[in-house]
Design a protein around this ligand. Structure first.
Ligand code: ATP
Length: 645
């Protein structure tokens, strides 16, 4: 079989999936059973049997995964410009909006970052509810996002997420309407809009549906278990034209907070009667001892996952479980253990450390610095989220979209003598103008606006369409104000502009460049580069999906962390936490090292355990929560034979 020749051996189940000929299929498999391999081989198989690559669309959860799959298919086909299309749902929809000759609405828009969304909600709140009394901007933003991603009724989501505010329903709706109106005025599109706008059009209009559906013969979807109802509403109408081939694992669904819906997996066949469910059972990644522990973790869940992974590669080391006095001792031990392994000849890059949150990573980073362990951190704050870069980019933003109110606010308030009040007044005027030329004219007549502020924008406008040159000019002309604003660490920050310039080298459109960084193109490039270095991979578990290493450490497996305090009291959240831990432990190929530390004195004073639930519902005491944390601790009933203490 051609794809097998390209992609390496396939077992009979994988081969059946790769060459499946009836209509739609969902391949369900546990971790390490070759789902990614099957997607790559399926694409190679389709191409080798004559399907034009541009008629195949591959949808993945991250841009990195999309680019890796495309690369692997290209490698398999020995053709590096094969023309296969791979994207996340967001980048796919953004391309549809921008490249449809206006069929899906205006094509020139600025994609908002979450920061921008929060700022806009804050302004809407100030306009609609000046005396307060409503949820904070982040809560309203998340509420609205959940409504759109789950396609549930607003009142239903409000009652579940923010029960205390049900009485203020109409006020919250007014804030959201104000936010929507402002977004329209400013030419903004938020993350959810990208999907929502496309979905609404194809839902309502047969012409739009056909226009999109006719572009594809095959749509291949990775990580189906993490798709949400909005994403399904985009896929289902296209099945009239294209064949859907999805892979997923219900035990690895960890994006419930983004509205991921099990139904997309569990109801697949009911929703698409001309479809088949295929299952892959053999795990090629881990040793049986690692799988025994993983199987046990799922077997004690109240949900019946029915996971019983069998290792093709047989037996190996029993997972280790180490307990330390505190988090620092734990982190130092991990660093020392890595140094020991490296000294014995194992490359750094054979190791991965999987943490729960960015904050958890900090203590590990400190220990790595102390013991000089080289590492790449896969969830670090991208450069583009830092203040000085955002400041420079704000100048480019307003040149690209003169109705970008938040861009104006950031840019104007950078300059001495321009306060919030003036900036608000001026940016309101700017978004009324017909173009950036008219804005510059008006700015020149404003007494409070420094000349240098206008000169930066004029200089950007005068340049040919090269985004990297624009960044260079803007950062050079803004050096004095930035140096003053970031005087404490300017010596470090000043070097970042070169990196951003390099990233922008191939771009001729500011909007396209800004959008790519909002949608994580930049992070994907960094992740890819970092994989080439010999370094330990330090990563959040959410960023580790699809990855594997010979030796994996899962630290901070302490009471109150798995499940985390915030999940207690909500059975769905606790189960999602279990799946997060499942993803972590199933990344290990040969050795799994679990570590934890004893609760600190502070935590031991039971009355001082965080009392979020108590605050919100007035029901539970801190003591109750401490007891629940102990009772629900995932390792509480861990059979001692599954680990080496
Ligand atoms: N038939 C096979 N023969 C040999 N190795 C295989 C086979 N199928 C998969 N593998 C190997 O097993 C490992 C896991 O495969 P892959 O990453 O495709 O699994 P997955 O199901 O996508 O895992 P996860 O869901 O955990 O990300 C890879 O190293 C892959 O090369």
């Amino acid at each position: 079989m051609a794809s097998e020749a390209y992609c390496g051996p396939l077992n009979p189940g994988q081969l059946e999936a790769v060459t499946f000929e009836k209509k739609h299929a969902l391949v369900l498999a546990g971790p390490g059973c070759g789902k990614t391999k099957v997607i790559v081989a399926r694409a190679a198989h389709l191409i080798s049997t004559g399907v034009p690559p541009e008629r195949i669309l591959i949808l993945t959860f991250t841009r990195l995964a999309a680019s890796e799959i495309i690369e692997r298919v290209e490698l398999a086909m020995r053709d590096s410009h094969i023309g296969l299309r791979g994207a996340t749902f967001h980048t796919w929809c953004s391309t549809i909006l921008r490249n449809s000759q206006g069929l899906f609405g205006p094509m020139d828009f600025t994609v908002m970052q979450r920061d921008d969304q929060l700022q806009l909600f804050k302004m809407s709140l100030a306009r609609q509810a000046p005396k307060g009394g409503l949820p904070c901007p982040a809560s309203i933003c998340d509420l609205y996002s959940e409504v759109r991603n789950t396609l549930k009724k607003f009142d239903q989501v409000l009652a579940r997420r923010l029960p205390r505010f049900v009485g203020q329903r109409d006020d919250i709706v007014a804030v959201i309407q104000d936010y929507e109106e402002r977004k329209r005025q400013c030419n903004y599109v938020d993350f959810d809009d990208l999907l929502f706008k496309v979905m609404r059009k194809i839902e309502k209009s047969p012409e739009h549906r056909a226009w999109l559906g006719l572009q594809y013969d095959y749509i291949l979807v990775d990580e189906m278990q993490d798709t949400n109802p909005l994403q399904w509403a985009l896929l289902q109408p296209l099945t009239e034209w294209a064949t859907l081939f999805c892979v997923g694992d219900d035990a690895q669904s960890i994006y419930g907070f983004r509205g991921a819906d099990f139904q997309n997996v569990h109801c697949f066949q009911k929703r698409l009667p001309d479809s088949a469910i295929l299952r892959l059972q053999q795990n090629y990644r881990s040793t049986q001892e690692i799988l025994d522990l993983s199987n046990w973790l799922m077997s004690v869940s109240p949900i019946h996952y029915g996971k019983n992974l069998r290792a093709v590669c047989g037996s190996g080391h029993v997972p280790e479980l180490h307990t330390f006095n505190d988090a620092q001792e734990e982190a130092f031990w991990i660093a020392k253990d890595l140094v020991r392994r490296h000294k014995s000849g194992v490359p750094w890059q054979s190791h991965m450390v999987l943490v729960r949150t960015r904050l958890d990573a900090e203590i590990i980073k400190e220990a790595f610095a102390e013991y000089k362990v080289p590492f790449v951190y896969l969830s670090s704050t991208p450069l583009f989220e830092t203040g000085h870069i955002k400041d420079v980019l704000s100048a480019l933003r307003v040149v690209a979209n003169h109705r970008d109110e938040l861009g104006w606010m950031r840019y104007l308030t950078l300059w001495a003598g321009v306060g919030e009040v003036t900036a608000t007044k001026v940016s309101n005027q700017m978004i009324e103008q017909s173009n950036i030329g008219a804005c510059l004219e008006l700015l020149s007549s404003e007494k409070k606006i420094p000349k240098a502020l206008i000169e930066v924008l004029q200089a950007i406008l005068a340049l040919p369409k090269q985004v990297s040159a624009m960044i260079k000019t803007a950062s050079t002309l803004m050096t004095e104000i930035l140096k003053e604003k970031y005087k404490d660490d300017w010596h470090v920050r000043q070097h970042d502009f070169n990196t951003v310039q390099m990233t922008a080298e191939s771009y001729v459109s500011i909007l396209a460049f800004l959008e790519d960084y909002v949608l994580e193109q930049y992070r994907a490039a960094v992740d890819k580069k970092s994989k080439l270095r010999d370094a330990v991979c330090l990563t959040t578990i959410h960023s580790a999906k699809g990855s594997e290493r010979n030796v994996c450490y899962v630290p901070q497996l302490s009471v109150g962390r798995y499940p985390s305090k915030s999940a207690i009291g909500d059975a769905d959240s606790v189960e999602e936490e279990r799946r997060v831990l499942y993803v972590a432990v199933t990344r290990a190929k040969k050795e799994l090292i679990l570590t934890r530390h004893l609760p600190s004195d502070w935590e031991l004073q039971k009355g001082r355990w965080p009392t979020k639930t108590k605050v919100e519902n007035g029901e539970q005491s801190g003591l109750d929560i401490a007891t629940q944390l102990h009772d629900s601790y995932f390792l509480k009933t861990l059979p001692s034979c599954l680990v080496k203490l």
